[in-house]
Ligand binder design. Structure first.
Ligand code: DGY
Length: 322
């Protein structure tokens, strides 16, 4: 019997490719080049399944041009790179990799918050540049984390994991979300208090963005929202670039309308706005919040599990189609 054909869009862990090869006739983009939309469309044209990463945009055009396609399995919890509506209309199963990355991503939100608020990366650059000549009482004064109010916009499982970690810093947690959490979940999330988006922006000493990207969350943080924040506040984005209006954030950081930002994601990444590089009050990382060895491996295996289930007629564990 011929095996179903699958295309793996990036050079992922070899052992995960081996697992897939036991079930499928696998073609993998071993060169790890980023495909243009036209190239991706050609690669998907006659496969039964595709294993994608956040770098590939699988839109209505790619879906319409792939008559054999039965499953799109994304190696990420975010799936804004896939046109879920078009896939659903075409009868194609779409999956993501939730849960396996919650704790690792929450750890990294803290790394960025601490780095930005306590000026870790900024002061390291200064030290490496040979600028450290003497101790001064006011060298790199930052904001306190302990005892502060942590704001979380988007209180899903990653947001709750971030909130739980704030107990060690004796923080108060406020959050805004599409819907309020059940009381027992709020209690576990360091007694997080549900507030309006406006109150969140006004009251948070440090604000972490963890909401999914969609048309509704596009530029959820723009000039008007940044104006509501405290001038001493830190903004951390580990969600998706399009949630923040980068030009407005750059203007706010330049003008000192907020104190600092920690950013793991950018609009149009990896080609982010170069004006960020000229700012000292921002800690920048290249979309690595989930990038611990065990977690990236778990994500790849989760996407593989979904693909194996989807193409064998079983219900994939992380089906997204309504
Ligand atoms: C996700 O899972 O959506 C992350 O952004 C990819 O690391």
């Amino acid at each position: 019997m011929t095996k179903p054909k699958v295309f793996v869009t990036r050079a992922v862990f070899p052992d995960v490719l081996e697992r897939l090869s036991a079930h499928f006739d696998v073609e993998c983009n071993q060169s790890d080049q980023i495909f243009s939309p036209g190239e991706l469309l050609e690669k998907m044209r006659d496969v039964d399944g595709v294993f994608t990463t956040p770098s590939e945009r699988v839109g209505a055009q790619e879906i319409a041009a792939s008559p054999r396609l039965k499953a799109i399995c994304n190696m990420a919890v975010g799936y804004n790179n896939i046109d879920l509506d078009a896939a659903t209309k075409a009868g194609i199963l779409v999956t993501n990799t939730p849960d396996v990355l919650n704790e690792t991503t929450a750890d990294f939100a803290w790394a960025l918050l601490l780095a930005a608020a306590r000026r870790v990366t900024e002061s390291e650059h200064w030290l490496r540049a040979g600028e450290w000549k003497k101790w001064r009482f006011d060298t790199f004064l930052g904001a306190d984390i302990h005892g502060a109010t942590l704001g979380i916009l988007g209180m899903g499982r990653i947001g709750q994991a971030i909130a739980r970690r704030s107990m060690g810093f004796d923080m108060q947690v406020i959050y805004h979300n599409r819907s309020r959490l059940a009381p027992e979940l709020e209690a576990r999330a360091n007694n997080a208090r549900y507030v309006s988006k406006e109150a969140l922006l006004r009251e948070a000493d440090h604000l972490v963005l963890v909401l999914p990207y969609s048309a509704a969350s596009h530029h959820a943080i723009g000039a008007a929202e940044l104006d509501l924040m405290k001038p001493t506040a830190t903004l951390v984005n580990i969600a998706r670039g399009g949630i923040v209006d980068d030009a407005a954030l750059i203007a706010a950081l330049k003008a000192g309308r907020i104190a600092a930002a920690g950013l793991d994601v950018f609009e149009n990444e990896p080609a982010f706005n170069p004006d960020f590089l000229a700012l000292s009050n921002v800690a920048l990382t290249p979309h690595i919040a989930s990038a611990s060895e065990p977690t990236r491996r778990a994500m790849a295996n989760c996407a593989a599990d979904n693909l194996i289930a989807a193409l064998s007629g079983a219900m994939p564990p992380n089906l997204l189609n309504p």
